[in-house]
Write a protein that binds this ligand. Structure first.
Ligand SMILES: Cc1cc2nc3c(=O)[nH]c(=O)nc-3n(C[C@H](O)[C@H](O)[C@H](O)COP(=O)(O)OP(=O)(O)OC[C@H]3O[C@@H](n4cnc5c(N)ncnc54)[C@H](O)[C@@H]3O)c2cc1C
Length: 380
């Protein structure tokens, strides 16, 4: 018997487990993989996420591995800078007025090693079904059943927990795929004046250039229905069009993926909570998926710990409803707007961006929303 089973040892599940463990809750984490995932995914940590990680005692090791990005840029393809936004205008709002560039695969080992010894993390434990009863939930895994009072499903976009609940995942799939390429090139030297994070507007081929500790990443749109091999074959030419290095770019890794915007009906179903990608997904423009998932984990886990301490379940319901509203009104809306803007050519919007970069009060308002501080208003 364990008080809470967390399904999934991604950034969201491990944050939930650590939050609960620090509140004295008996937690077991069930992870289908034999080890933590290492694939290249989220790489941006926003200020409120840094605050939460500091509260959990895991910020220092992340900062020691990451790159502090005090600015990010909007640029025009072939044109140059539209606006540089400086996060230091948030100095009165947060102790961390910057973004940290660091792959999520560096955070998960930090979270794992911060878990107290009484937290059991069972790798190779794929969850296959859930059987709620009046005393709790029986979680079926490939290795046998685990009985819990509560379950947090943090098992990603294809969540087995969500499917076991029969819950929907309504929304849509974007009409283009995203291609992410990691390159062993110094793009700051090839494209002088760029920031560690750059959103480049273009109606034909928008792109994002992101610095990570080990290399630069380039994100490009790609047709939905072309063969992967064809897309990878034309990638060197596409990269050369971003910056002509006089030789092919040194490409380390490239992958293509479909992007969805979806959300489940409720983040609480009886004694089961859903958090992170298991509950909602969005496009990666603006770096909100992992960040909002970590916020889900902290808020839901603290609300659940309050219930286990004898608090009213109505508070947990309110937090679950609030996190769903945030996912729709902040995470999905902002990331979808980012996609619409990047693939358009709206000169008045570009003027608006350069005006607000020159006006600290306007920049602060804009950045509070862009980094999810507004989504946590009165919640921190
Ligand atoms: C290319 C790419 C770039 C991205 N960039 C950003 C970014 O810059 N910023 C940002 O905020 N977000 C970004 N995202 C989104 C971000 O990666 C996700 O939002 C984040 O990983 C969600 O974390 P999670 O813990 O909810 O799910 P996951 O990271 O998917 O973790 C789920 C875990 O559950 C395990 N699991 C799955 N099924 C089961 C099962 N049945 N039983 C047991 N365990 C199971 C998995 O093995 C995995 O370890 C990006 C995503 C992609 C694909």
């Amino acid at each position: 018997m364990t008080a809470v089973v967390v399904v999934g040892a991604g950034p969201v599940g491990l944050t939930a487990a650590l939050t609960l463990a620090r509140r004295g809750v008996h937690v077991t984490v069930l992870e289908q993989g034999d080890k933590l995932a290492t694939e290249s995914r989220a790489s941006t940590f926003h200020p409120p996420t840094l605050e939460m990680l500091a509260d959990l005692g895991v910020l220092e090791p992340l900062l020691s591995q990451g790159i502090i990005a005090s600015t990010f840029q909007y640029r025009e393809r072939g044109g140059g800078e539209i606006a540089t936004l400086d996060l230091s205008v948030l100095a009165a709002d947060t102790a961390y007025p910057f973004r940290v560039q660091c792959e999520q695969s560096r955070l998960t080992p930090i979270l794992l090693s911060a878990l107290p010894a009484h937290v059991h993390v069972r790798f190779g434990s794929r969850v296959e079904g859930l059987y709620p009863n009046e005393d709790g939930v029986i979680v079926h895994t490939a290795r046998g059943p685990v009985v819990a009072d509560w379950v947090i499903g943090a098992d990603g976009a294809h969540s087995a927990v969500r499917r076991a609940l029969g819950a929907g995942f309504d929304g849509s799939t974007y009409p283009e795929r995203f291609l992410v390429a990691s390159v062993d090139e110094d793009l700051a030297a090839a494209l002088p004046g760029i920031a560690p994070i750059n959103y480049v507007f273009d109606p034909d081929e928008w792109l994002v250039l992101l610095r990570t500790p080990a290399h630069w990443r380039v994100l490009l749109p790609t047709p939905a229905d072309t063969p992967d091999d064809d897309e990878l074959a034309r990638l060197p030419d596409r990269l050369a069009a971003v910056a002509d290095l006089g030789r092919p770019w040194r490409l380390l890794h490239a992958s293509l993926y479909q992007v969805h915007q979806r959300i489940t009906e409720s983040f609480r179903v009886g004694r089961v909570l859903l958090a992170g990608d298991a509950a909602h997904v969005n496009n990666p423009l603006g770096g909100m998926g992992m960040n909002s998932g970590i916020h889900d984990a902290v808020h839901l886990a603290n609300a659940l710990a309050d219930v286990l301490d004898g608090g009213p379940e109505s508070e947990l319901d309110a937090i679950a409803a609030r996190r769903r509203t945030v996912a729709i009104e902040h995470v999905q809306r902002t990331s979808h707007d980012n996609w619409e803007r990047l693939r358009g050519h709206d000169a008045s919007y570009h003027n608006h961006l350069s005006d607000l970069a020159a006006d600290p009060a306007a920049a602060r308002t804009y950045l509070r929303r862009a980094c999810l501080l507004d989504s946590l208003e009165n919640q921190r």
